[in-house]
Design a protein around this ligand. Structure first.
Ligand SMILES: NC(=O)C1=CN([C@@H]2O[C@H](COP(=O)(O)OP(=O)(O)OC[C@H]3O[C@@H](n4cnc5c(N)ncnc54)[C@H](OP(=O)(O)O)[C@@H]3O)[C@@H](O)[C@H]2O)C=CC1
Ligand SMILES: O=C1O[C@H](COP(=O)(O)O)[C@@H](O)[C@H](O)[C@H]1O
Length: 593
């Protein structure tokens, strides 16, 4: 590839992507005339790169060049613009660029429920991280909105307590924090008041100062006030010349009926493409990597079916209880809190067919097919549990019902294990086992793929050891200590013939020096960019509820008693019987995890 004579801008946009805009012997003018047609070069290149699947995209000789095949992909500016516009959504057309390359558009982000736990813990820190990484647009404003009375300074004070700096770039962190906080403001208001949202709109307009205004509302509030807030935000504080998008936090209803009602209400005020239903597990690095692992490595995809895979396990555990969130949790339980969304989304991504492209709609089309192919879950294939108080080494941990916000006679499950099946040609008969629990012995989320035994295994015959039990297992550890490892059988070095189990191990902390971004960073950035791939479409949501609603009804109507397990234990024994019934052993309990 030709060497570029000088680079006018080069920026690492986010992990895995970079875009360079180059000046080659006086072609700057030509590049700028292209930019002045209403496209932001940076956004354009990065998005084109992401959607077209090209590994690198940059400007050269006044043209957009991709490095997969520079000669063929280099085309005229007009051709590139048409190309880009056809690949990208209409959102791009709304990004304005002045002739000197500076953006005329602005993004106003309103965190609705800014005084709450999620806003403090996740949303503001993620926004700061994006700012720190240079991923937010040049012009942006952040507003906190909630009923609590606070000044801008008080909000900044509150937010500053939860901001952290990236380990690898502490140097100018204080400075960056100051700059970031100066762009955070607060507006106190009721969630159902048009008047208060109109006042917010006025303030936003002052900051937007006549630029094309794009507005993002993050609903970080309890679900019973989602619709009120959306109604007021959309009618009194929508953008008039740019886009308006709303991120909605789970829970999206409690069952098929309430979820459909919520979708219907939201759609009175918003189009489907304005609604960004967040499932933060989709923003986790290793969940994003699932498709890369599978579709870009020849060694995995051919094995990805009933022919070679004996079972798949999706495991979530936390080593703390519902402390502080018992009131919310008791109305939902672990099946709604974790299984129906986080684990099911991972399952759909894991099991889907190859999508036509990496485009959001293509991926979501494939995921929804998986969800619709799932067999109704049998109540006998589900184990539920609830943690009880336990004393260890003089320390007593409370039971679930010891929480003052939880009714003493609550039967809400804090643990569940289930066997699910996908009735399609690829996965016929393969158990997908899910297990999720609070107050267990460890905090972990992982995907375990257990392969079938080696047919006619030579080493069984020759060594007399039972290697049929030592089947290969691929483990994708989502958190903590992100890793992908493959358990293989290996010859122990020496003159004899002894085999043992070893791991081919990709431990992220050893391989990559860069800190892994929090899921909320990725998702917020995607929402700002209009990238919907990691958000839940309404038909996916319907299919997810259609699968779990009958099961939840049966458990709740029959008042099924959960199996009690001690705080800090491995959960109910019933989970092991369930696995054994499907000829499976949980991978996280074996000696060589
Ligand atoms: N916290 C977490 O870890 C997670 C939360 N979520 C979801 O995110 C959303 C926000 O969560 P979280 O921050 O924990 O929620 P909070 O309970 O902390 O509520 C957020 C804010 O909403 C306002 N609020 C609370 N209750 C009411 C009410 N009954 N009527 C009107 N306003 C109310 C309060 O602000 P004010 O009084 O100032 O108006 C509060 O600070 C929820 O939908 C939750 O389910 C999802 C995943 C994880
Ligand atoms: O959505 C939820 O997720 C958290 C766990 O998220 P993580 O990113 O910390 O693994 C869980 O604690 C909470 O109950 C649930 O609502």
């Amino acid at each position: 590839m030709a060497t570029l004579s000088s680079s006018v801008a080069s920026r690492s946009y986010r992990s895995g992507y970079s875009a360079s805009f180059s000046q080659v012997n006086g072609n700057r003018h030509q590049s700028l005339s292209f930019l002045s047609q209403g496209l932001n070069s940076h956004e354009l290149c990065v998005r084109f790169q992401r959607k077209s699947g090209q590994s690198s995209v940059f400007m050269q000789d006044g043209a957009v060049v991709t490095d997969s095949n520079p000669k063929e992909s280099k085309s005229s500016l007009k051709g590139v613009k048409d190309d880009v516009l056809s690949v990208l959504s209409q959102d791009v057309a709304k990004v304005g660029v002045e002739s000197d390359g500076h953006s005329q558009s602005t993004v106003s982000i309103t965190v609705v429920g800014a005084s709450g736990d999620l806003a403090k813990k996740k949303i503001f820190p993620a926004l700061f991280a994006l700012y720190y990484e240079g991923c937010l647009p040049e012009h942006f404003t952040i507003y906190g909105y909630s009923r609590s009375k606070m000044t801008d300074v008080e909000l900044r004070d509150m937010v500053s307590k939860t901001l952290t700096c990236r380990i690898d770039k502490r140097a100018n962190c204080g400075e960056k924090m100051e700059e970031f906080l100066k762009r955070c403001f607060y507006h106190s208001g009721q969630y159902d008041s048009q008047e208060h949202f109109t006042a917010l709109d006025k303030k936003l307009k002052e900051h937007e100062a006549g630029r094309i205004s794009n507005r993002l509302f993050y609903l970080s509030i309890p679900p019973n006030i989602f619709v009120d807030a959306v109604k007021c935000a959309s009618s009194s504080a929508s953008s008039v010349n740019g886009w308006t998008r709303v991120i909605v936090e789970k829970p999206f209803g409690r069952d098929s009926e309430t979820s459909a009602a919520l979708t219907k209400s939201l759609k009175q005020y918003l189009d489907e493409d304005q609604i960004f239903r967040i499932d933060h597990y989709l923003g986790k690095e290793l969940v994003e990597n699932l498709s890369v692992l599978r579709f870009s490595n020849l060694i995995f995809e051919p094995l990805w079916s009933r022919q070679y895979i004996q079972n798949v396990q999706l495991i979530f555990s936390e080593d703390f209880g519902t402390e502080g969130r018992g009131g919310y949790f008791d109305n939902y339980g672990i099946i709604r809190d974790i299984m129906q969304n986080h684990l099911l989304q991972i399952l759909a991504l894991f099991a889907m067919e190859t999508p036509v492209s990496l485009d959001a709609e293509d991926i979501r089309n494939e995921k929804v097919k998986v969800l619709r192919s799932m067999r109704p879950i049998k109540v006998e294939d589900v184990v539920i549990g609830q943690y009880k108080s336990h004393t260890n080494g003089g320390v007593t941990n409370p039971g679930y019902t010891d929480d003052k916000t939880v009714p003493k006679d609550s039967l809400t499950p804090t643990f569940a294990a289930a066997a699910l099946f996908i009735d399609n040609a690829r996965w016929d008969g393969v158990p997908f086992l899910m297990k999720a629990g609070k107050a267990l012995h460890t905090k972990r989320a992982e995907i375990r793929v257990q392969f079938r035994h080696v047919p006619g295994n030579l080493y069984n015959r020759n060594t007399g050891s039972d290697f049929d039990k030592a089947t290969n297992e691929l483990v994708i550890r989502v958190q903590p200590d992100e890793a992908i490892y493959l358990k293989i059988n290996n010859k122990v070095p020496g003159l004899g013939m002894r085999l043992d189990r070893s791991n081919l191990n990709l431990l992220y902390s050893a391989r990559y020096s860069k800190e892994i971004p929090d899921a909320y960073e990725r998702l917020l950035l995607d929402a700002i960019e209009g990238e919907r791939r990691l958000f839940i479409r309404s038909d996916e949501l319907d299919a997810a509820w259609a699968l779990f609603t009958p099961l939840l009804k049966e458990i709740e109507e029959k008042k099924r008693i959960p199996e009690y397990y001690p705080y800090g234990s491995r959960g109910p024994v019933g989970a092991h019987y369930l696995a054994a019934k499907h000829k499976v052993q949980w991978g996280d309990v074996s000696l060589d995890q």
